[in-house]
Ligand binder design. Structure first.
Ligand code: 87F
Length: 553
């Protein structure tokens, strides 16, 4: 018996598992160590070990039979938190890192981010936004300029205090957002009305040292975003842009990520304290019954203009204060998409953001014409690529078709094309949908047309299904008792509200508990009728508006 050693993952003890001896020992027979790895890595390690053991021995067919089953240990409805971690890791979007709250974004995530960026960047360029890059660091002095607003955020600011072994002369903050980094230079660059509007956008990372429950994409200590910062001569121009950007955010969520969102305005309590008003797109996760802010577009008014002395000489030769906006969306959007569409087999990707939209898998059988099948697969991929469809071939010979099906399902690829001997003979391909598992055989001559129809249908179906699920969670209430019942039932609550800050504070206090307090998510722009005489569910005062309430991320 070789020396055996079983290790427990020191970082994630709760995801360490034991692997069945029958499966594990043969795979490691040629080695003198055993590793017990987190469940999220077990399949891959066992697979690799099995492959290395099989190398050079026996026929290919037998090797394939020994492969480890891929699969998800957790179900979405049984343990949502573990299910989510498993999906993002098994789909190869995320690798955990040894600093809590920091994650490695692998190509499967970065390619989605790049597709979103491609759309958004082209749209904001139409609005005449210019690309900038400002430094990652900011001095304490400059950061303090915004001290009234930064006060609440201060614990989240990360500082660099040393270079090598020596202390820096003064600590330097890592940007949590770039107002204080940029605005001193806006003040310098803007002199006259001819310098306006100034429209700046940067794609970058920011760091916020969060302490509550880190979750890949959703709440991480470093994340990627775009931050737009614009400066206008008039409030009207600023107001107009706030909504133009909000509409782009809605399109990212609904048209690309197939996630339904509500556009609306944040309450005074929930808005960015440094600004005049905040608009947002809000999504909802039915499994946890929590709302989640998808992106924000703020009108900053003239607050920062005063703080940073950003003024211009108008046409009449007078000094005027500028009007400013800022807006951002982040890699959190990818997490919202995963939570919305994923299922018990793993990720489900909307075609518009899928790095691979169609995976082509040869299905050789016994003595069938393997070369012919491979040729048909290559030709299908080529034809689809030529038509602008992101298709790829999985020609790996050390995996069975079934294993490949599971892996690509786990990665959420919308369509799978299988080509076997029968398909080759009939000049057809079999297409299988990831969302509902339906299979169709189509003539090879119709490939591009049919794939386009299927991808469009897939994209539309995801949004429709998600919208139906979200809508089924919306409850319109009118009394406090109904509010509490709906909250306990994980609903998205639409309630008549008096719009008073004290009342929102009171609701927060009264609903405080282990799961977190309820708060306003937004006041949707799309307002149902509010008959006169309607009263606030919490205060009994006359209601001013309908607002969404709930627990949130
Ligand atoms: C965390 C630490 C320090 C949010 C923070 O939403 C400062 C902040 O200012 C902070 N978390 N914020 C508000 C960010 C406002 C605004 N910035 C530009 C945006 C959009 C992009």
């Amino acid at each position: 018996m070789p020396y055996l050693r079983i290790c427990i993952c020191p970082i994630m003890i709760h995801v360490s598992i034991s692997v069945e001896q029958a499966e594990f020992l043969p795979a490691c027979s040629s080695r003198n160590f055993l590793i017990c790895v987190p469940s999220t890595h077990a399949a891959a390690v066992v697979r690799d070990l099995a492959m290395s053991t099989n190398k050079g021995g026996g026929g290919g067919k037998k090797e394939v039979k020994k492969e480890t089953k891929l699969g998800m240990a957790y179900k979405k409805d049984d343990n949502f938190g573990e299910w989510y971690s498993e999906v993002v890791v098994n789909s190869e979007m995320i690798e955990y890192y040894d600093i809590s709250g920091c994650y490695i974004l692998r190509p499967w995530a970065m390619e989605i981010w790049e597709l979103l960026k491609e759309f958004f960047d082209a749209e904001i360029k139409k609005l005449k936004l210019k690309p900038y890059y400002f430094p990652l660091f900011v001095t304490e002095n400059v950061l303090q300029k915004e001290k009234d607003h930064i006060e609440g955020f201060a614990p989240e600011v990360a500082w660099v205090t040393k270079s090598g072994k020596s202390d820096l002369e003064a600590p330097i903050a890592i940007r949590p957002t770039s107002e204080t980094v940029m605005y001193p230079y806006f003040s310098k660059w803007i002199r006259s009305h001819r310098d306006l509007p100034l429209k700046c956008n940067q794609w970058c990372n920011v760091v916020r040292w969060e302490f509550s429950n880190p979750t890949p994409f959703i709440r991480s200590r470093e994340f990627l975003w775009q931050e737009g910062h614009t400066v206008f001569a008039t409030k009207e121009e600023a107001d107009e842009e706030v909504l133009q950007i909000l509409e782009l955010y809605r399109r990212i969520y609904e048209e690309f990520l197939a996630v339904p969102v509500s556009k609306g305005r944040k309450s005074e309590m929930e808005k960015f304290a440094g600004g005049l008003y905040t608009t947002s797109v809000e999504a909802f996760i039915p499994n946890t019954g929590r709302g989640i802010q998808g992106a924000t577009s703020h009108c900053l008014g003239q607050n920062f203009a005063k703080m940073f002395d950003i003024t211009f000489e108008n046409e009449k030769g007078e000094r005027s204060m500028v009007w400013q906006n800022s807006w951002a969306y982040t890699t959190r959007s990818i997490g919202v998409m995963v939570m919305t569409h994923g299922d018990d087999k793993g990720l489900v990707l909307p075609p518009k953001v899928a790095p691979i939209q169609v995976i082509v898998i040869p299905v050789p059988f016994k003595d069938a014409d393997t070369t012919g099948i491979k040729g048909a697969c290559e030709s299908a991929v080529y034809t689809l690529n030529q038509a602008g469809i992101r298709a790829d071939l999985d020609a790996r010979e050390n995996y069975s078709p079934g294993w490949k099906y599971s892996q690509w399902e786990m990665k959420g690829v919308p369509l799978r094309i299988e080509i076997g001997p029968k398909d080759l003979a009939n000049k057809q391909v079999r297409i299988v949908r990831r969302d509902n598992g339906t299979k169709v055989d189509i003539p090879s001559t119709d490939l591009v047309e049919q794939v386009r129809v299927l991808l469009d249908g897939f994209q539309a179906n995801l949004l429709e299904t998600a919208k139906a699920k979200r809508d089924a969670c919306i409850v319109i209430i009118s009394t406090w008792d109904e509010f509490i019942a709906a909250l306990n039932d994980k609903k998205l609550i639409l309630a008549p509200w008096c719009d008073e800050e004290e009342v929102e504070k009171d609701v927060k206090a009264r609903t405080k508990g282990e799961l977190g307090a309820a708060k306003t998510l937004c006041t949707p722009f799309d307002q149902p009728d509010l008959p006169s005489g309607t009263v606030c569910f919490a205060s009994g005062k006359p209601a001013q508006k309908w607002s969404f309430w709930g627990r949130s991320y």
